[in-house]
Design a protein around this ligand. Structure first.
Ligand SMILES: Nc1ncnc2c1ncn2[C@@H]1O[C@H](COP(=O)(O)OP(=O)(O)OP(=O)(O)O)[C@@H](O)[C@H]1O
Ligand SMILES: [Mg+2]
Length: 347
């Protein structure tokens, strides 16, 4: 099912948790909401679910305005951020819960409910564990049961709030691949919250980057990484370095020299140059480059991670070099130019 969030605002006692947020989600899409703590991810998910009401704006399920529909009528599957299974129920009873509590007119036959639950158990690779209780499962297994429970009601939309948050890195990685695989097989429209960028970039068809109650950018993993639209997105996704510069007649100046890159479409004035620490070329000498002294140098596997003092009172910037480049050693002098970069005017 398609989902449309239209100019939604949410205030908690005057505190704006979401400002005028709009988002179109396609049917069958796997969308990740990504952002730092407090950026409004859970709030947006709860609004879609119907667990909160918007202060302004609407939420459409397909063509229908669902803003005033109850949680039940929206028919969603939800896995909460800190939500345990029902401890006193077996795995099977947990999974069938949402169907068993339905009004009799909408409730499938008992045998059908059981059949569906066993099929889901198979899908989440837990066949044979239906009689266990949650305490008899590992963390990863519990999360898979929670997901099976959310899918049991054949939801219009599957909403997952940091479903793997509490698990260790290795298990998270496995579950991530597995979730993508299940998504591809079942075709649910899925909205997935995470503050782990690797998780979002690897898993999602499109990533929604949020900050302070706003959507900063919506795009594929590549678009978000290659063409960040704001300093926040550039700094939040992947490694980044930045340098305060000045634009004059389409030339980029750092301190008292041009640094060999163009900004012909930008207005004159102060700006910030952003680049990836590894995405640079070393230059011979320095007519049109950035130069400085390496003050810290750490080698991790095949890469030198350095901090470079570029002078002029600027804070140190990070540059990554291959292990065979001796200029990267502490005390070395390096001159370089970013290969790809973005420049944002300073407001
Ligand atoms: N019920 C509430 N009452 C008051 N303020 C709230 C309520 N729920 C959320 N907030 C505030 O709204 C903002 C967004 O919260 P939200 O839970 O959506 O963030 P989040 O992006 O999910 O963060 P996290 O990654 O920590 O889970 C926060 O500043 C939070 O304190
Ligand atoms: Mg949250």
């Amino acid at each position: 099912m398609e989902l449309r969030v239209a100019n939604v605002r949410k205030e908690f006692e005057r505190f704006p948790a979401l400002n005028d947020v709009s988002l179109d989600i396609r049917s069958g899409e796997l969308i990740a909401l990504l952002g730092p703590s407090g950026s409004g991810k859970t709030t947006l998910l709860r609004l879609i679910a119907g667990l909160e009401r918007p202060s302004a704006g609407s939420i459409f399920f397909g063509d229908e305005d669902a803003s005033h529909k109850s949680v039940q009528d929206r028919n969603i599957g939800f896995v909460f951020q800190h939500y345990a299974l029902f401890r006193h129920m077996t795995v099977l009873d947990n999974i069938t819960f949402g169907l068993r509590i339905r009004k009799s007119s909408r409730r499938p036959e008992k045998a059908e409910i059981r059949r569906r639950a066993l099929e889901l158990l198979d899908l989440v690779q837990l066949s044979g564990l239906e009689k266990r209780y949650p305490t008899q499962l590992s963390g990863g297994q519990r999360q898979r049961v929670a997901l099976a429970r959310a899918m049991a009601v054949e939801p219009n939309v599957l909403l997952l709030d940091e479903p793997f948050g509490a698990l260790d890195a290795q298990v998270r990685k496995e579950l991530r691949r597995w979730l993508r695989d299940i998504h591809d097989r079942t075709g649910h429209t899925t909205v997935f919250v995470t503050h782990d960028q690797e998780e979002a970039l690897e898993l999602a068809d499109r990533v929604v980057v949020m900050s302070k109650g706003n959507i900063e950018q919506v795009g594929t993993a590549d678009e978000i990484y290659d063409k960040p639209v704001s300093p926040f997105v550039f700094g939040f996704i992947g490694q980044s370095s930045h340098l305060k510069v000045r634009i004059e007649n389409g030339e980029v100046w750092f301190h008292d020299r041009v640094i060999g890159i163009k900004a012909s479409d930008l207005p004159d004035g102060p700006a910030t140059l952003y680049f990836r620490p590894h995405d640079i070329e070393l230059t011979d000498g320095c007519s049109g480059c950035i130069a400085g002294l390496v003050t810290v140098s750490r080698r991790i596997a095949g890469t030198w991670h350095t901090e470079v003092d570029v002078g002029a009172g600027h804070e140190k910037i990070e540059v990554s070099l291959n292990a065979d480049q001796s200029a990267a050693l502490k005390g070395g002098r390096i001159a370089f130019r970013p290969r790809h970069y973005r420049i944002f005017p300073t407001n």
